[in-house]
Design a protein around this ligand. Structure first.
Ligand SMILES: Nc1ncnc2c1ncn2[C@@H]1O[C@H](COP(=O)(O)OP(=O)(O)OP(=O)(O)O)[C@@H](O)[C@H]1O
Ligand SMILES: [Mg+2]
Length: 253
């Protein structure tokens, strides 16, 4: 049994079957990569795991509980945090102000802090946010306005915003997209460090095979909304079905 069990998930957009019949097990404390050509359904699958989309069919169980029908912040509270393909930070706010956002949720008609209600606990929360910023190498940028930062730093901030929630499962959709090679390599090192220092499972959607083969323990290849093959990186390299799925893409596996 995986920490995340996806069974028979299907999702249709009008006439397009974006996900067919997806079965996927992600095992605790592994890094599981989901790869596949553009339009394969990778982001749609991730959105079904975090309450952004409701699948038409199937089940998604996390740690023995269904995530379907729950609101995104409830799924966060279950222990799943995610970085979406399009960065979701507030450009007008500082790094530290963005760090505080995941700590609030709407409850009884008002936005309240999740777990910390007294001032002393608020101080704990700030200390924790600073620790996470330090862990991702962003502490000295805490007062910077988010929109003025590089893409790599925006991603670091988003990852720190996830870590402050102490997730059991971290989902990352194309965390290195649009990054220069140096930033990509820094992101690989950061994710390795996060993995080494915590009890955490990571699922990563990636196009960059250098990232995938540097990090993944297991790889699922998705093509046209259906898993084509799932295996170890060594077995995926050069797999004929994988080459077929990537035909026409610039990168070779
Ligand atoms: N909200 C939507 N409405 C209609 N069609 C959609 C919607 N979201 C995704 N699709 C379509 O579903 C298919 C799968 O899209 P998805 O974004 O999941 O692919 P992807 O594998 O993440 O691709 P990429 O590698 O480009 O990010 C695509 O054909 C896309 O155009
Ligand atoms: Mg996508």
């Amino acid at each position: 049994m995986g920490i995340l069990e996806v069974k028979g998930v299907g999702k249709r957009f009008g006439g397009l079957q974006a996900l067919g019949n997806v079965n996927l097990s992600i095992h605790e404390n592994t890094v599981h990569a989901i790869i596949g050509p553009n339009g394969a359904g990778k982001s749609t699958l991730l959105n079904c795991l975090v309450g952004k989309l409701m699948p038409d069919t199937g089940s998604v169980m996390f740690d023995g509980q269904s995530v379907l029908g729950r609101k995104p912040h409830e799924i966060n509270q279950m222990g799943i945090s995610r970085v979406f393909q399009t960065p979701e930070i507030f450009g007008d706010l500082t790094v530290m102000e963005n760090m505080m956002i995941p700590c609030f949720a709407k409850r009884d008609g008002a936005f309240r802090m999740h777990a910390f209600e007294s001032m002393a606990q608020e101080g704990d929360l700030i200390a924790k946010a600073e620790k996470m910023l330090s862990d991702v190498g962003m502490l000295e940028k805490r007062e910077m306005v988010a929109s003025s930062m590089s893409r790599g730093d925006k991603r670091r901030l988003e990852i720190a915003m996830c870590l402050v929630q102490e997730p059991k499962l971290l989902l990352l959709d194309e965390p290195t997209a649009g990054m220069a090679r140096a930033d990509t390599n820094n992101t690989i090192d950061l994710l390795k460090q996060i993995k080494a220092e915590r009890d955490i499972t990571i699922a990563i959607i990636e196009h960059d095979m250098h990232v995938v083969f540097s990090l993944a323990d297991r790889i699922t290849v998705l093509a046209q909304g259906t898993p084509l093959v799932e295996d170890t990186p060594d077995n995926i390299k050069g797999h004929p079905k994988v080459k077929e799925a990537y035909l026409g893409e610039t990168q070779q596996v």
